[in-house]
Write a protein that binds this ligand. Sequence first.
Ligand SMILES: *[C@@H]1O[C@H](CO)[C@@H](O)[C@H](O)[C@H]1NC(C)=O
Length: 218
Amino acid sequence: MAGGQQQHTHGERQRPWMHPQGRRAYRAGPLEWAAAVVFTVLAIVVLVAAVAVLVVVLLLQPRAPYLAIRSARLDDLVYDQQGTLEAALSLGVVAENSNARSEAAFSAMELRVSFHRMVIAILRADPFDVPRKGSLPLGYVVRSSGIPLDGAGMASMKAALADGVVPFSIAGQASTRWKVGGLVPFKYWTRLRCDLRFFWPNGTAVDLSCSSKPKSKS
Ligand SMILES: *[C@@H]1O[C@H](CO)[C@@H](O)[C@H](O)[C@H]1NC(C)=O
């Protein structure tokens, strides 16, 4: 090994890469070993830190603040033979923070409600904070009229009305900021994408289950 060969060079006083004071030349071997040990220890520390960060992220991500749709109703639906849609929906969105040690700040929230890829409304909120272990309900009443459906949209609406179940969808995101364990600042885009299906004509939501909570996706 390199270390063994170094033993024979104790007497050498000059090497190009040595410290100019040649009297320290005899320490070259031990110094190299020390450096190797230090770098090995550093590498292990970095590895352990990386694993620790990964574990923290995996364990605490379920604590990430999230959005959910708690209630939904199709209040009104008018569809004429020219393929123009008018719809009114009531949506109960809730921002949830399950962290006991940190409040959560939500910003840039934007949720798009669509029927057959046609966006009929966009829900937004000004930045807001949710207290520790708390939630904040945001109620929306959406009313859109004069929405022109394309051929596929018209076919889909015709089938939906025949079935008695009208499918909408909601998709979007919000930026959330909180402190993991009350200490480490963390920023995360929470993303929501759900189908919203309503019995029509009574407007009741079918199997409403909609949340951007990590791991809750089916
Ligand atoms: C709405 O209509 C559906 C299907 O006809 C029915 O299963 C559901 O119970 C109704 N909901 C209410 C609240 O009447």
